[in-house]
Ligand binder design. Sequence first.
Ligand SMILES: [Ca+2]
Ligand SMILES: [Ca+2]
Length: 227
Amino acid sequence: MKRALLLVTSLILMLGLFFGCLNLPVETEQGIKVDGILDEWVNLNEDAIGDGYWGAGNDIIKVGVSFDASFVYFAGDFKKEGFNNLIFLVDFSSLTGATSTVGHPWTRNYVFDSGDIDLVIETWGDGFAMWKVTQDGTFTEITSEATLAYTGNTADGAERFVEIAVPLSSLGITSTDNLQINYVTSITGGFDGTSQWLGDFAPDQDATSTDGSFTPAATITQFYQVP
Ligand SMILES: [Ca+2]
Ligand SMILES: [Ca+2]
């Protein structure tokens, strides 16, 4: 009897150890920790390395968007120089935004050929700015609603890792039933009055350039979709 009890106890202990040591996969929708470490992301989109117009120092490496019942999350693994930023142009299926960024306070000229732009985020690694965009093209800054964490090196051309959490309530989204998010990213420069300048796209677009200038606008035809 004593021997049987010992056996059962040992078995329970072993099972406990076995399951305790298992690294079960993290469900993205519940498991994102905004700490600037992207290890828990299971749906990052990988872009080609060094495929941009301005060399290896202005390059999108990985980007991702995910959401749960309360937040939409953004991830970026990228390199940039000077005043260039990683920009997210985001289309939520339940919102109706603008078809261009003509109202962007920092002068950007991107146009969607389908869908519309509801949210614009620009990050340089250790900081970011974010705007909600309405149908009439108005940009309203809502940076203070969101949280950013980063790791990596924010020197010119170095690799940085960024996570941003945006409360869905700050966008006026009250339900995630059937929510679909389309988005595109770029290492953006400015619009000089004739051309939009940019260093890299993810996903790649139908329009291409030899030097990163897109005239009269950078027209977006390809999107990442979530889910
Ligand atoms: Ca993380
Ligand atoms: Ca790239």
